[in-house]
Write a new protein. Structure first.
Length: 679
């Protein structure tokens, strides 16, 4: 390159982030990778100084000489703005690229890239991202053209789940531009970075015949479907992904191409948005969960219990000597309440709590402390009643885990024998408080007197019933028909202990279960008696809360409604189309009216769910005012997906026929976990 053009033209292998303001984000990244020995196509950079000069006439001879020195018949001419490919903004599709450019078309292609920064879409994007004019200078990268057999994009971290141990790869036959534009639904692969294995894949995409114009008209035929990437290619990609991520020290969004079996890296930038992660409230599939409820309850009458639970779980999470509580959701809706956790995690946690309770041998102390506290709370209101719950919570979680813990202790017995032991030894010695009241009712046969003595008999978490007289009247009739309904039946435990050869520690554990059950029964009676004292809430919970990693976060009404639909009202959906969740907008569901968009100039009402074949940068203004987005084609790394993640816009891509099935005005629900659209 001529010395007179030293600040205008630079070899790609001599640039890097130290020259960012001179060569732009894309060129700086490519230069860094060349220095690291990565397979980047050779090329040169037309610097921002040249852009600021405003004319290519004085550079024509140097440009053509640099082209000749590449030894390529055709080149890719790509914009490289100073702010481009940064961690804050991807500029996905905002600036132009010219492919398959010949020597004669080089100057026009550079001018084409320069002018793209002045387009309405690019200026609007810059304004939205608060990118100053000084950072809008455009350098241009000129590289030997890779006539790819297959091409694609890979993320070195899963952009949906934020799993740093996974690499997500999407690929198509032909040029990678087809993938980025979203006009072809790619094959996708999720790989475990540690084992190198493919843990999830969708290896097929629709066969298509497409016309793609770039620099000059080129017909690209995509007629083959099936295995886009072979096992060796996947291994090579994973190796390069890990190498590039290590070099930059952060997750990367990488474009690649294969030509004649050779791998080329044509771009790498930081992953601009990880907001598309699974919502913090995601617990898994409904059939994987532990459910307490839904039971009749309101926030007022449960507020003291929930406040105590919040404080107790938080203290457990900070105690290294105690089991760590699992992620849990509590929700209130329609005068019902439910507690949710992952079933396996909750089962292990509570079993560990039972064993911890055994080791500490604290039952007598807990019971005595609790009785002392509640005597002092006889007429207390909601906030004061929190004190009555605190001494009981260790015992409560321990009782939940008792059966699993004891089952492990009795594994030498067959399941039928274990059940017989459990049934015989865990029935409380004392009648439940309801059974005792039933006995008293039968003896007195006087519902009116009983209602006066136990006015709280039908009170609970749902509130104060004031129907004690009716309760006892109905209950007496039932007990006359079934006199044994209030009686507990216990077997001769001594004989069974000898029969099964139970050990002393096993008998002690079984005894503890009976004691804990009696404790919780006494607590239930106290809870029912005290609901009449509740005049104000004991905490801030209104709709629900999430407990995770030692912290409780309150849920708003919308989040609770979404989660209730997901986990409580879940049914087989009438799914009409399905695809890949590119961004969930931090929600489980999105619902609203559909508008099928045929052109970015269509008149589309705000807050609609847009349904398009694929998007281009011209669609961004519509996306900004949309409620959500559904596309026929494209994958997680298409233009639609990248922009949706930057806007945090709920988006499902690759439905194949959304624009044909969905009609303007259709009311749909987008499941942003499964990628299903129902109406």
């Amino acid at each position: 390159m001529a010395s007179s053009a030293i600040s205008y033209l630079l070899p790609l292998n001599e640039v890097g982030y130290k020259q960012l303001s001179l060569v732009g984000g894309k060129a700086a990244s490519l230069g860094e990778m060349l220095k690291a020995g990565l397979p980047v196509p050779s090329g040169f950079v037309i610097t921002t100084d040249a852009y600021k000069q405003g004319s290519l006439k004085s550079l024509k001879s140097d440009l053509l000489k640099a082209f000749d020195e590449l030894g390529a018949k055709r080149v890719a001419v790509r914009s490289s703005a100073v702010a481009e490919d940064s961690g804050d903004a991807s500029w996905a599709g905002q600036l132009d690229t010219a492919l398959n450019v010949t020597r004669d078309g080089l100057l026009d292609a550079v001018e084409y890239c320069w002018q793209s920064i002045l387009s309405n879409r690019a200026q609007s994007y810059a304004k939205d991202h608060k990118i100053s004019k000084s950072k809008q200078a455009v350098a241009v990268v000129v590289q030997a053209m890779v006539n790819s057999d297959t091409a694609g994009v890979m993320f070195t971290a899963n952009p949906i789940s934020e799993n740093l141990d996974q690499c997500v790869i999407e690929a198509v036959f032909g040029l990678g531009e087809l993938l980025v534009q979203g006009v072809v639904t790619p094959a996708s692969y999720v790989m475990d970075k540690k084992s190198g294995k493919v843990v999830e894949s969708s290896k097929h995409h629709q066969a298509k015949k497409l016309i793609y114009k770039a620099g000059q008209n080129q017909e690209i035929k995509v007629t083959e479907a099936g295995e886009v990437l072979a096992a060796k290619q996947l291994k090579d990609l994973l190796d390069k992904a890990k190498q590039i991520e290590t070099y930059y020290g952060k997750p990367q969004d990488i474009e690649f191409a294969f030509e004649g079996g050779e791998l080329y890296i044509v771009q790498s930038r930081p992953i601009t948005s990880m907001e598309a992660r699974a919502p913090a409230t995601a617990l898994g599939e409904p059939d994987e969960l532990f459910y307490w409820g839904p039971s009749r309850a309101t926030t007022l009458y449960m507020s003291d219990f929930m406040e105590a639970e919040e404080k107790y779980l938080t203290s457990l999470a900070g105690d290294p000597k105690m089991p760590n509580p699992p992620k849990s959701l509590v929700m209130f809706r329609d005068k019902k309440m439910v507690w949710l956790s992952n079933a396996k995690a909750f089962s292990k946690f509570t079993a560990d709590m039972f064993m911890s309770y055994q080791v500490r041998d604290r039952f007598d102390n807990d019971l005595e402390e609790w009785r002392k506290v509640v005597r002092q709370l006889e007429n207390a209101d909601g906030p004061e009643l929190v004190k009555g719950w605190k001494p009981t919570l260790f015992a409560e979680f321990a009782l939940y885990g008792a059966e699993r813990s004891i089952t492990h202790q009795l594994l030498r017995f067959e399941s039928k024998m274990r059940q017989e032991i459990w049934d015989a030894f865990t029935v409380p010695d004392e009648l439940t408080f309801i059974a005792k009241i039933d006995q008293e009712l039968v003896e007195s046969a006087d519902p009116a007197t009983m209602a006066s003595k136990y006015p709280w008999i039908d009170d609970g978490y749902r509130g104060v019933a004031n129907k004690a007289r009716q309760y006892f009247t109905d209950r007496l009739e039932m007990l006359k028909e079934n006199p044994s309904s209030g009686q507990d039946k216990r077997k001769d435990r001594g004989e069974l202990a000898k029969k099964f050869g139970l050990k002393s520690d096993e008998l002690k554990a079984l005894t503890l279960v009976r004691q804990l059950a009696e404790f919780m029964d006494e607590r239930k009676a106290w809870m029912m008696r005290t609901r009449r004292n509740m005049t104000k809430s004991a905490g801030k919970i209104e709709y629900g809360w999430l407990f995770d990693k030692g912290k409780v976060t309150l849920l708003n009404e919308r989040a609770t409604e979404e989660l209730w639909e997901r986990y409580i009202n879940f049914k087989s959906s009438n799914s009409v189309v399905s695809g890949v969740v590119a961004c969930n907008g931090n929600h489980h569901f999105a619902n609203g009216k559909v508008h099928v968009v045929h052109s970015p100039t269509d008149n589309v009402p705000n807050d609609r769910i847009l349904v398009v074949t694929a998007t281009s940068p011209s669609y961004v203004p519509l996306m900004r005012t949309a409620r959500a987005l559904i596309t026929d084609h494209g994958g997680m790394m298409s233009h639609a997906a990248i922009v949706a993640r930057e806007l945090n816009l709920p988006c499902i891509v690759g439905t194949h026929h959304g624009t044909k099935v969905l009609k303007d005005g259709d009311k749909v629900v987008m499941d942003l976990v499964k990628g299903e659209v129902s109406k």
